[in-house]
Write a protein that binds this ligand. Structure first.
Ligand SMILES: [Zn+2]
Length: 545
């Protein structure tokens, strides 16, 4: 977990409360029937149920204000990889979405903070200013903390278009446009379903109640770096009349990964056809090119003979181990594009030896963003045994709606499970893998120890960039528990540092967390993880050496 990851999450949440920064799918309708019925009939029926075709067509704008919750990392950031692990939530205490229906513009303003212990102050308590995201036609832009507007990328455009349509009145009004197509109308249970394709390319499935005609849910497919294609389904519930239309008081979005409730929106209030701000893109924002992703360029820095730190994306490092006849990488983080470049860098760093394995520190999705590339490359995953079912689930998921390594090249998963300890050793290299103990962050994790150079290679034990530390004595406990002689920390997050510096910094970060707890408690706010706990002793459980 880094501040960068948090920034991505906040930006993603701002870009689409319902979507977490995913790509929307553009696809052709499955059938385009000639004539009007039954395709238009279904939409007409929905419009009549919501207030009448003319009223829906005359709507100028809708504002929804409320609060909600967002599933952290789409369900990929929990204490264990089990589907039964308690879901970690990002709280959205303030949320406001304004849709200028007349001009198809949108603004989403929200605050969020983690409802679990976290390493960054702004992530834990919330940033001072709300995140503000806009869409004006094919221009997405954001208000920075200083209120300057900055253009966002094309992925944000697609995500925000879907987010704008994630409202029954806006969606039905868009579907009434002559340029929209309705295909594959069918019944399912007590519902009537139809696939709506808009002129801008978005395709969504709408379900209306067979008896009343009001929209029951909307469904679409988007891309996730870890999961490939993800189906989102937002249910609309508790319709109440507002200025001649019906609007739902609750939105609940579920994804087809373990039926995770991806987000919830509790509505406080709607505004319909009120006076709203001008949401058009400023001229300079419209004139600016959308930001293009930087080509990933990982660097390899020698740590000691046969061990390299692969770094350069500012968020997460990997580590390369050179064995006698093969290479092993520790971590495939961040994204598919980054890991693709990492694998190439590993191969060019030691030409002539095949890269055959990747060790996964733990199952959190920022640490496994490139796992689908590793799988598609046929690399063997080495990870804690508790994570095997999750990685098998990921390996079986399709990837069709955006560039996706595993979607392009499906491969059966090669998995080597580690229980308490695994030694990787040949004439050239010795790496000991151990199950992480004493961690309230990850219960099914591995770290690596290189006895030759006294290196401890870890993900999420410590990051020099963290502001707060909540993991108690994790670092020192793991060294003591395994009776290791560690001189140097080689981290996934941060930079290579002497152990003495790391322990000093953990002390400082832990004190910062204790101070924060004192501050919040003094103002009557009781936050997760507070007060900072005194660690339980671990040594009596340690295996004898
Ligand atoms: Zn983690």
């Amino acid at each position: 977990m880094t501040k960068m990851r948090l920034a991505v999450l906040v930006a993603a949440a701002a870009g689409g409360f319902a979507l977490a920064g995913a790509h929307a799918r553009a696809q052709q309708p499955r059938s385009i029937a000639g004539g009007q019925p039954p395709r238009a009939a279904m939409i007409t029926r929905a419009a009549e149920a919501l207030g009448g075709v003319e009223r829906i067509r005359s709507i100028r704008n809708i504002t929804v204000a409320g609060y909600g919750e967002l599933a952290y990392m789409n369900g990929g950031g929990n204490i264990s990889a089990s589907p039964d692990a308690p879901q970690k939530w990002i709280s959205i205490p303030e949320y406001e979405k304004t849709v200028d229906v007349e001009h198809m513009r949108m603004r989403v303003r929200q605050r969020n903070h983690q409802n679990f212990v976290f390493a960054g102050l702004a992530g834990y308590l919330g940033a001072p200013n709300a995140a503000v995201a806009y869409l004006d036609g094919d221009v997405a832009f954001n208000a920075a903390q200083n209120n300057r507007m900055a253009r966002a990328n094309d992925q944000a455009v697609r995500a925000r278009r879907i987010d704008m349509l994630n409202n029954p009145v806006v969606l039905v009004r868009a579907a009434l446009e002559p340029s929209s197509r309705i295909g594959n109308v069918r019944t399912q249970g007590g519902l009537q379903l139809g696939d709506v394709t808009l002129a801008t390319g978005e395709s969504l499935t709408l379900a209306i109640d067979g008896a009343s005609g009001v929209p029951a849910w909307v469904r679409w497919i988007a891309h996730d770096e870890n999961l490939g294609d993800v189906t989102f389904r937002t249910s609309f519930t508790g319709y109440l009349p507002v200025k001649g239309v019906l609007l739902p008081m609750g939105y609940n979005t579920v994804i087809d990964f373990r039926n995770v409730v991806q987000n919830k929106l509790y509505v406080d209030k709607y505004g319909v056809d009120e006076s709203i701000d001008d949401l058009s893109a400023p001229a300079d924002v419209r004139a600016a090119a959308p930001p293009a992703p930087r080509a990933p360029a990982p660097e390899a820095t020698l740590v000691t003979g046969g061990v390299w730190l692969l770094h350069g994306n500012g968020g997460a490092n990997s580590v390369l181990f050179e064995f006698a006849d093969h290479l092993t990488m520790f971590e495939a983080p961040s994204s598919q594009a980054w890991t693709r470049a990492l694998i190439d860098r590993a191969r060019s760093t030691v030409p002539g030896k095949p890269l055959t394995e990747v060790i996964v520190s733990h199952h959190h999705f920022d640490h496994t963003g490139g796992i689908r590339v590793a799988m598609a490359e046929g690399l063997t995953l080495i990870a804690h045994k508790g994570t095997e079912p999750l990685f098998r689930e990921i390996a079986a998921r399709r990837g069709t709606v955006a560039p996706d390594a595993l979607g392009a090249t499906p491969k059966p998963l090669k998995f080597r499970a580690v229980d308490d300890h695994l030694q990787l050793k040949d004439a050239a290299m010795q790496v000991e893998l151990y199950h992480v103990v004493s961690s309230s962050h990850m219960a099914e994790a591995l770290f690596a120890y290189v006895p030759g150079a006294r290196l401890l290679v870890e993900g999420d034990f410590f990051d020099v960039g963290w502001e707060l530390y909540w993991w108690q004595n994790m670092y020192a406990d793991n060294i003591a528990y395994r009776h290791l002689q560690v001189d140097t920390d080689v981290p996934v997050h941060g930079r290579v540092l002497p152990l003495a510096d790391v322990l000093k910094d953990i002390d400082r970060q832990t004190k910062a967390a204790a101070d924060l707890c004192a501050r919040t408690a003094a103002s009557g706010v009781f936050t997760p993880g507070c007060p900072v706990k005194t660690p339980s002793p671990i040594l009596q459980d340690a295996p004898s050496r």
